[in-house]
Design a protein around this ligand. Sequence first.
Ligand SMILES: C[S@@+](CC[C@H](N)C(=O)[O-])C[C@H]1O[C@@H](n2cnc3c(N)ncnc32)[C@H](O)[C@@H]1O
Length: 226
Amino acid sequence: MEQDDPAEALTELRERRPGAWELLQVAAGSGLAAYAVWALLLQPGFRSVPLRLQVPYVGASARQVEHVLSLLRGRPGKMVDLGSGDGRIVLAAHRCGLRPAVGYELNPWLVGLARLHAWRAGYADSVCYHREDLWKVNLRDCHNVSVFLAPSVLPLLEDKLQAELPTGARVVSGRFPLPTWQPVAVVGEGLDRVWAYDIHRGGPAGQAASGPGSASVPGVPGSHVG
Ligand SMILES: C[S@@+](CC[C@H](N)C(=O)[O-])C[C@H]1O[C@@H](n2cnc3c(N)ncnc32)[C@H](O)[C@@H]1O
């Protein structure tokens, strides 16, 4: 039936209930759009990484970044963020004096974004972002390591860190703790929580601390042992 009055046509349109076919089309369209975003923007670079080691991008919260820095501030030596995303932790680390600050990230879009942020902040030549698989990076010269990765990959990461990091290095893990190591300090609550671990000569990290009094980070308000 022809509908000449626009107001009536609008009312009719509002009252009309979508059919099952239309709902199915909307659902399929949204699913396809979500897949396209995932495949084009979030997934590139990961073809060579086994599915069980793939970790999606989720940016650290502002609180989480603060907590990471509270556990690393003032420490000497190279700082790296493994899976650096848009580079927010690396940039903040450089700003608070950790030098050099380096990010390793597989997703080329995120590496580009991180470089853009650094350039806009005036640190294009000071911070460094590599498009590299974190599992292939040698950590022998890294004294400060930040990670925010999925719990499923953390057991394997523990092995890599233990095998490669020098004595005295510190690892901070955001949102999820390393599964078997004992933290020397924990800061924050809920999703913003960050755990710190120190690498000691021989034995698992954190367990060679020289006594109960040594298991805290001086000058970090609110930190406690996990
Ligand atoms: C949860 S996000 C954390 C991003 C950033 N560190 C932050 O805290 O904002 C994890 C990041 O690790 C990256 N990633 C996952 N597996 C990787 C790998 N094998 N090599 C390099 N980067 C990886 C992902 O692309 C993603 O950007």
